[in-house]
Design a protein around this ligand. Sequence first.
Ligand code: NAD
Ligand code: WQD
Length: 347
Amino acid sequence: MNKTILVTGGLGYIGSHTVVELQNSNYKVVVIDNLSNSIKEVAERIVSITKQPIQLYVADINDHSSLEALFKQETIEGVIHFAAHKAVGESVQNPFKYYRNNIDGMITLHQVMHQHHVKTIVFSSSCTVYGDTKSSPIEETHPVTEAISPYGTTKLVCEQILKDLCKYSGFKGIILRYFNPVGAHPSTLIGELPLGVPDNLVPYITQTAAGIREKLTVFGNDYNTPDGTNIRDYIHVVDLAKAHVKALDYAFAMDQDYEIFNLGTGKGYSVLEVIKAFEKVSGKNLPYVMGARRAGDVEQIWADATKAEKLLKWAHQFDLNDMMDSAWKWQVALNDSNLGKIKDTTS
Ligand code: NAD
Ligand code: WQD
């Protein structure tokens, strides 16, 4: 019998792609999402990609009784936990929103899992836990440092809670530290749906090319990098989603309490290289200007992902051109569909 997996935040950007890959790998999927940063239509689109049903609970993971009801109704054997707020800037403005949703949500979820003897979990963390690193590539053994935002604090705290539960309460946990997820599903049916003006580079690029934004501002070209702009490790969201399935398989089989994996390609690209790749695959000229540095930006960071490659037997398949191509095709599809209107992705 196939295992049933609960995916929290399964209608969001990374969650929706992961649900597709779980179903492709014959897992049964139950999703809980409160639609705070997603829309119900994503569920229908996942079903049209995989032709398999999803059990959807529109509810909040902070709501203990909803989670109780879900765990009573379904035979959950493992959990992938995406549900969280993720906007770094907003977390600085409103830290309590982030502490409440991301940390309280994590605690409530794990408490209900514990009560129902469900102990296998994959948790979405971030390279933000490495803080302002001085040299790359970054291995998982690199020390985590004081967070550079309240959002980052929530990831550090949640990692620690999960480690505790693994050490003392029998949980088997995988912590996945993503670098910069970008791109969209090749079907162009699912992708990133940023709310309002995007903070992140790639949706800002695609919205600019689509004429929604006037021009991109490159945040700083006086860094100590070959072309002066920041370097990041961009990873295709489909590669990332596939890594979750491998991580889950690994968690079900592992003896150790927990394991941490970086998920990136192991290669860094500058902002200007990203722009060039976008222009090449889209055939568009991107209007951009050089601007001031953005507060809190790390100069350069990329992953050492060899641990995931070795232990999870995972490897990324898509390169930067594929990432830009799929991001652009998604933007075009979004403009043509009703999704962008249902969720205001442009104002
Ligand atoms: P997203 O906002 O697209 O998806 C999160 C989903 O969780 C949304 O559908 C939202 O409605 C839901 N949600 C939020 N709070 C909830 C709650 N209390 N109860 C139920 N549902 C809730 O974000 P994403 O980009 O898919 O990120 C998923 C996870 O990965 C997050 O934990 C995020 O912190 C982490 N992460 C993201 C990135 C990135 O750049 N996208 C990088 C590193 C880590
Ligand atoms: C990438 C590069 C910008 C926008 C964030 C979070 C991190 C993680 C991933 C969740 C940087 C530059 C951007 C623009 C620009 N998320 N840029 N003009 O900052 O690496 O990471 O997302 O865990 O925690 O902080 O990603 O996409 O915002 O920026 O020049 O309009 O693009 O300065 O160098 P970042 P990003």
